[in-house]
Design a protein around this ligand. Sequence first.
Ligand code: GDP
Ligand code: IMO
Ligand code: MG
Length: 429
Amino acid sequence: MPVVIVVGAQWGDEGKGKIIDFLAEKANLVARYQGGPNAGHTVYIGKEKYVLHLIPSGILHKGVQCVIGSGVVVDPEVLLSEITTLRSRGIEVDGNLIISANAHIIMPYHLIMDKATENIKKNKKIGTTGKGIGPAYEDKIARYGIRAGDILQPKIFKEKLYENLFSANFLLESYFHLPALSARQIYNDYLNYGRLLEKYIGDTEMVVNQAIKKNLNLLFEGAQGTFLDVDHGTYPFVTSSNTVAGGACTGLGVGPTKINKVLGVSKAYTTRVGMGPFPTEQKDEFGDYLRSKGKEFGATTGRPRRCGWLDLVMLKYAVQVNGLTGLAFTKMDILDGLDKIKICTAYEYQGKHYTQFPRNIDILTRCQPVYEEVDGWKEPTSGVKTYESLPENARKYLKKIEGEIEILVQLISTGEERDNSIILENQFG
Ligand code: GDP
Ligand code: IMO
Ligand code: MG
């Protein structure tokens, strides 16, 4: 039975939440492997909207084991509020959620430093979500981070907190000119979070690997997207984790030989939140049209998303760097009714033609996209449930993309609700 990684093939917000929730119907376990509450994964059940930030998008299915792996950075306040909200809406969390004792904890000084660092950057801002992601991963890599298991042990926690707060307060006061934080307050708050979260904290590596051994159906849910990866994305305009498929192995403690499939998720166009290069961005009325029709506003911060045409140079790179075995193609319905649709197939920069994704940020920032124009479709794809019922030009659009990226579209999403989906290949088949 397969282990399937679901990964964003663009700059995040591709519709991973919708796809995971759809696939979770047949899954036994869904695990998040990186990122933190910067993620906003939207799931609709009928007209009911759920936005998940830390808890895997499988939680809305009864009896699916949800895992937050050691590669995730956890803000306990956000997590507890998410648990409370889900419970109040009748979703069972207890017994279905396990958090790695090794997952790093986002501390109050991480949140402050994330925002303060952005504030002093002037015109070099990344446009982070302000959720403390970068500073929390900094502490992890520097080897003095506080982990979920630590907030269950008062003595160890106290020692680590006081050591960390000594340098954090020095930075806050002397560098950022902000007030120092009270160790006692944080100590009390976080020990309390520890008490509330204790029943969920455990050995996720064992749980995930045992599920694999039992041949169960597993989904590994990526957060953000390929081009926000700290190594392979549009650095420095990226997040602080490995968002690509490889991150699932390190973030969950699963060997690469155990992965069976990697499903990339891409919108029928492109969006990005925050700063950084975006070759096919449309800063005109058409960009506004996509934003308004596609409801392109951040699920975590509410910021308007930058919008543009589909970029196959990027998508081909996403196929390569993730080893994609198939594509889930979302939001086709947003392109309904257009006369012509543009697809970016190359970039031009200083007389050079690029069909491979250039790794140089200057080229990405200054290049001109080369478009191919195809005919749009007038009949709606919105809510269509079979491939045969799609308008002919929509099918041609899909074929064109498959031909360019050399993998097949295995799932098509035609609306925000669960059943607005066309399955072409069963991931657990
Ligand atoms: P994620 O972060 O990748 O999970 O994506 P987000 O939830 O941040 O953003 C995707 C948005 O598109 C959400 O509002 C979804 O409800 C919505 N969505 C997903 N698939 C489709 C689709 O096929 N059609 C339409 N119209 N909306 C979709
Ligand atoms: P999901 O999982 C879209 C972007 C931020 C910023 C950059 C760094 O919903 O697809 P960070 O707070 O991570 O340090 O910000 O990454 N970003 C996202 N963009 N979707 C997300 O998550 C994102 N998470 C972070 O806008 O540009
Ligand atoms: Mg999102």
